[in-house]
Ligand binder design. Sequence first.
Ligand SMILES: C[S@@+](CC[C@H](N)C(=O)[O-])C[C@H]1O[C@@H](n2cnc3c(N)ncnc32)[C@H](O)[C@@H]1O
Length: 243
Amino acid sequence: MTGTTPRGAASEQAAAQWVRGMFGRIAPRYDLLNHLLSFNLDKRWRARTVERVAEILDRPDAQVLDLCCGTGDVLLALERRANRPLLASDFCHPMLVEARRKIGGRGFRSPVFEADALSLLLADASLDLITVAFGFRNLANYQHGLEEMLRVLKPGGVAAILEFSQPPNPAFRAFYGFFSTSVLPRVGGLISGSPDAYSYLPESIRKFPGAEQLAQEMRQAGFSQVEFERMTAGAVALHLGYK
Ligand SMILES: C[S@@+](CC[C@H](N)C(=O)[O-])C[C@H]1O[C@@H](n2cnc3c(N)ncnc32)[C@H](O)[C@@H]1O
């Protein structure tokens, strides 16, 4: 398992740079497109993620990081549940600008900081929970991403990875494939003004490991009690793993 491979990127560094630049270009339209292209299902996927980790959020001393936070939708849902400030990070400045605007504008308090998920400036064994929604797929090296999560999690800490996946039903997979390769790049490209971003999206989903394989990779990296649940007929999967 290596990591994302945008067209033309010849190294991990080039892939990361491309991903950061691409998210920077679409940041102002990211939320609109997210809700539109997922038929608002993204809200349900994020809500379910929060529900699965609610027990940790309810502990007043639990240290929580939303990794690859983007414009902050998961972070806001986590903070709403925890009712206290949490942490969030991303390596794309324009996405963090959007996140800050939403956090402040809606009366939330969580700080966000700029950091590469492959090299977090956090102490070993300092977190109880890491959530990462639709960010993991974009990492330049998945194994390093998992190792970094394990490094910063406390023993017993949990990683929750919400990501696009491969629907197991062949008929739904065919429909989903058509939607993501034909409809999504056209609508996404038109509204965002960045067609390359929305042709990268289906390509990165197609290349990303299926749910069983990701679970296996998590176990190999050192996570225990790894489990996953599929949502929306397997278009999305939420993986949980313990350190
Ligand atoms: C599809 S967006 C998801 C944002 C948000 N979590 C959500 O659910 O809407 C992916 C985010 O991952 C971030 N990202 C990708 N690779 C990263 C890395 N190596 N380090 C930090 N952030 C990264 C991107 O900048 C982008 O904001």
